[in-house]
Design a protein. Structure first.
Length: 530
């Protein structure tokens, strides 16, 4: 009988007493929101965060959006939705007469963010819980500690649990007297493990902590994070250098073929890159007009078209101009420079002098973090694409009949002709191959640079530097030179600036060529066109 009575009392308490208490607490919180005092409003926000009222979240969101109003006469609250005003207690529409907006300042906005984070710590959605933990971490509100402890006990996702632990550590360190010294030392270790700029700011804020052990631990944490950030900055610079090197590789690899086989100083190589970029623009414009759903396929469609367009123009230039100038490098330089001006003006006349828009497909948009390293999808795909072009060109030169003949002409033109190889056609198709690869490079460069008639001019000098530094006609030398110059340039920029950094690299290459005139990897042959 006594057990039954106890069970009845417990059931009555759970069904009636607890909801009534929660309702009383939430009513008091709402009453505090209906005020001109920022302190009362802040107290009301904190009370709502722990009230358990299902309306607390929508009310707080209305407050931060400046849609919460109150009537000073009876402390009534109303939420504005469009032009209508709805009473919070009854849900009925009310007249706006007598209502005033509840004022919010930056401090209250931070408090609202923390309270919304507390309310969402137990949400069923993993992303919502993670966002809630991040909001509590930024607010560093010690009032959220009970909710965090409850959420941590229930959390099963490893990533969300780590975010909650970091938020709890930040809240513990926010108030020196809010936790024991042992707990605060553990919190310092948790914040140090986070390792970002926000963690660094928290640890630096402990320089005046009352406990010497906490100050020492924070100082060690600051030193550790700064060392890690310096290391990650170098890794990030190395990645930027690889990214730049992949762009230089794409721009220079075609030039390495034409310059290596024929010894032609092709100043129109940059315009082949430009033609590839404009081919991409035309493909995207056609897709936008005829088949918008195929936009993500615009670059795969543009790659072979750019190769064929630039390659055909290259063969035309070789057959009409360059074949008459073999053995006269100065005249080929002047002729190709004139051709570059003609191509620029032709494109300017057709498309105009202004930049043309080339969009990025969905798979090349955005970025992701890898061990603290920020990597954009666009740059990553360009690196992969550059390596794919390099591998494909190597296979073409090593595993095909055309490649065998090209290498034979490269090493000894007279002997290759004596063996029956039609060297003029090898010259034409090799020039077309190099120009086509430049056009493919233009597809990639259209994603990171302005598509304009002057696009190629920004890469022609760097391309020649890469080819000369790596070794004329040597693809592996071109790869090593492009990556080396790209990484070196990115490491020099923070100290010397972009312009001075390029000047230093140019001086280095000039000095290097004095010692090794044939570059890093010189071609070997009986003549090598000596």
């Amino acid at each position: 009988m006594r057990r039954c009575l106890v069970l009845l009392l417990v059931a009555w308490y759970a069904v009636w007493a607890l909801p009534a208490a929660a309702q009383t607490g939430s009513d008091a919180a709402y009453a505090r929101l209906a005020s001109d005092s920022y302190a009362d409003i802040e107290a009301g926000i904190a009370a709502l965060a722990t009230s358990g009222d299902p309306k607390a979240g929508p009310v707080l969101r209305a407050l931060i959006d400046n849609r919460l109003f109150y009537r000073p006469d009876d402390k009534a609250l109303a939420v504005k939705d469009g032009a209508a005003l709805t009473d919070l207690r009854t849900g009925a529409a009310v007249s706006p007469d007598g209502f005033k907006p509840v004022r919010v300042n930056n401090r209250l906005r931070r408090a609202i963010d923390a309270s919304l984070g507390t309310l969402n710590l137990l949400a069923p959605d993993t992303a919502t819980r993670r966002s809630a933990a991040d909001a509590v971490f930024k607010a560093r509100d010690a009032a959220a500690l009970p909710a965090l402890d409850t959420a941590l006990a229930r959390e099963s996702d490893v990533g969300v649990k780590r975010s909650m632990q970091e938020a709890r550590a930040a809240a513990l360190l926010a108030k020196p007297g809010g936790a024991s010294e042992i707990d605060r030392l553990a919190a310092v270790d948790t914040i140090q493990a986070r390792g970002d700029s926000e963690a660094l700011a928290i640890l630096r804020g402990l320089a005046n902590d009352p406990a010497q052990s906490v100050r020492d631990a924070a100082a060690r944490g600051v030193s550790g994070i700064e060392t890690r950030q310096a290391l990650m900055a170098n890794v990030q610079n190395a990645w930027y250098g690889i990214s730049l090197g992949s762009v230089l590789l794409l721009a220079a690899i075609g030039l390495a073929i034409t310059f290596g086989v024929m010894g032609i100083i092709n100043m129109a190589h940059g315009e082949m890159v430009m033609l590839g970029a404009y081919t991409t623009y035309l493909v995207q414009e056609l897709i936008r007009q005829k088949a918008p759903g195929l936009f993500d396929w615009s670059l795969p469609i543009a790659i072979p078209l750019a190769f064929l367009t630039a390659g055909a123009v290259g063969i035309l230039i070789e057959r009409t101009v360059i074949r008459h100038l073999y053995g006269r490098p100065l005249e080929t330089l002047l002729a190709t420079w004139g051709i570059s001006l003609i191509l620029q003006q032709a494109v300017r006349s057709v498309f105009g002098p202004t930049n043309r828009e080339v969009g990025a497909p969905s798979y090349m948009s955005g970025a992701f973090d890898l061990f603290g390293l920020s990597i954009t999808w666009g740059r990553l795909w360009i690196v992969v694409f550059a390596l794919a072009v390099f591998v494909a060109l190597n296979l073409t030169l090593k595993a095909t009949s055309f490649g065998l003949k090209t290498r034979a002409v490269t090493q000894n033109r007279r002997m290759a002709a004596a063996m029956g190889i039609r060297t003029p056609w090898i010259d034409a198709f090799t020039f077309g191959l190099g120009s086509g690869i430049a056009g493919v490079a233009g597809v990639a460069l259209s994603q990171i640079d302005n598509v304009s008639p002057n696009l190629g001019q920004g890469y022609i000098i760097d391309s020649f530097l890469v080819v000369v530094f790596g070794g004329v006609g040597n693809l592996w030398g071109t790869l090593v030179a492009a990556l080396t110059l790209g990484v070196a340039n990115k490491f020099l920029e923070p100290y010397a600036g972009a312009v001075l950094g390029k000047i230093l690299l140019l001086v280095f290459i000039i000095l290097f060529i004095q010692k090794r005139p044939r570059g890093l990897f010189a071609l070997k042959g009986r003549a090598v066109e000596a």
